[in-house]
Design a protein around this ligand. Structure first.
Ligand code: IMP
Ligand code: MG
Length: 368
């Protein structure tokens, strides 16, 4: 796995397989252009590596020229093909082979076709290392294709993601394994902690409790921890941006995880939106908000029981307990609506044996 600009890519096509595909393209071109003196036109930047390999296998005499086009921004096509370096060669009556890295929508091929026609070439053909048939929407023939690939974003072997990855000797594909990212909710006494630890084991998820993350950062005096502390010392709320940066660091630390359980966050719509943005930056998203549902009276009884043995003051006083439960419902109500709109809210009955409740949660998670 490699990481470029915070996104993860897995190896998809090995260098050997690429060399073999190039060899086959070279054999065909050698057969078709035997005794001719073609002009190879290399489309920069992406095709430099393919061109180097291909041309080193060309048997006859040839000329090599370059032009530079671009039509991509990040991982998606902009639809507009721009010329950064124009063709600096007389094309009149030449037999031209255009060397491309990849044919996606075909917009670049269309632009190149216009250039060939207006340049008055004798004939022209396209040689592309990769071709995405599912994305191609044009009719122009691509005469030589190294490998047909699915409509996924790839990097390496000349191809880039926002400028990075061209030097890689294999092809890598954007990691698309679906993560399970849960926002776990439950009133005090619902057994959230217990269930989180089961789910974490069962699904190999990382449990991110905002409280723990705060304590960790402050204890270790990280830059963000110190920043958070400076607000807390003044009796102010820590701004969402600081919390989000801490969570982001936590997510990055565990980039290989199957997903995350967010506990104690988000609490507001603004935070929910910030979490969406954070996860979307990492090419994933919230899968579900899961709320453990337990009747108030049962919660009060459970917490009073717990208070007797744990000595926690906030578990001893019924008025305090009821207040905490009310705060929970006020907060949850807002977020319930937010996630319901996206069909991501799941209420799960939190009354019964611990294993029963885990089973109910698992049934929900397995449908995601
Ligand atoms: P088209 O004009 O949509 O066919 O796109 C062609 C250009 O888009 C290529 O020359 C690349 O620069 C870029 N491109 C298309 N697909 C990918 C990809 O999966 N990874 C990296 N660049 C790509
Ligand atoms: Mg290109």
């Amino acid at each position: 796995m490699i990481k470029l600009h915070g996104l993860h890519f897995d190896e998809f096509i090995s260098e050997d397989k690429l060399k073999q595909a190039i060899e086959e393209v070279a054999n065909k071109i050698n057969a078709d252009y035997d005794g001719k003196e073609p002009l190879f036109l290399v489309v920069l930047n992406g095709a430099f590596k393919f061109a180097t390999e291909l041309l080193s296998r060309f048997n006859g005499n040839c000329e090599i020229e370059f032009l530079k086009l671009s039509s991509y921004d990040g991982t998606s096509s902009t639809g507009e093909v721009m010329t950064h370096i124009p063709i600096d060669a007389d094309l009149e009556d030449r037999e031209v082979i255009i060397i491309e890295d990849i044919v996606d929508s075909g917009n670049t091929i269309e632009k190149l076709t216009e250039m060939m026609v207006s340049g008055g070439v004798k004939n022209y053909r396209f040689a592309s290392l990769f071709f995405k048939p599912e994305a191609y929407s044009k009719e122009y023939k691509i005469h030589y294709v190294g490998l047909e690939i699915p409509n996924d974003f790839i990097v390496g072997y000349g191809l880039d993601y926002n400028g990075l990855g061209r030097n890689l000797n294999a092809i890598y594909k954007l990691k698309t394994t679906k993560m399970t990212n849960l926002v776990l909710f439950g009133p005090p006494g619902a057994g959230k902690g217990t269930q989180a630890s089961f789910l974490k084991e069962k699904y190999n998820l990382i449990h991110i409790s905002t409280g723990d993350v705060f304590r960790y950062n402050i204890k270790n005096a990280t830059e963000l921890g110190m920043l958070a502390k400076s607000y807390m010392d003044k009796g102010q709320l820590v701004p969402d941006t600081v919390t989000i940066d801490m969570l982001s660091a936590e997510v990055d630390k565990n980039a290989d995880a199957n997903g995350f359980i967010f506990d104690g966050f988000p609490r507001t719509i603004a935070q929910a939106e910030a979490l969406d943005a954070l996860l979307s930056d990492k090419n994933t998203q919230v899968s579900a908000m899961i709320a453990l549902e337990v009747d108030d009276e049962i919660l009060v009884q459970r917490l009073l029981e717990r208070g007797k043995t744990s000595g926690r003051k906030d578990d001893a006083d019924e008025t305090v307990i009821r207040k905490r439960i009310k705060v929970y419902y006020d907060e949850t109500a807002i977020l319930k609506g937010y996630y319901q709109k996206q069909d991501k809210y799941f209420g799960v009955d939190g009354v019964g044996e611990v294993t029963e409740i885990t089973d109910r949660l698992s049934k929900t998670i397995d449908t995601l």
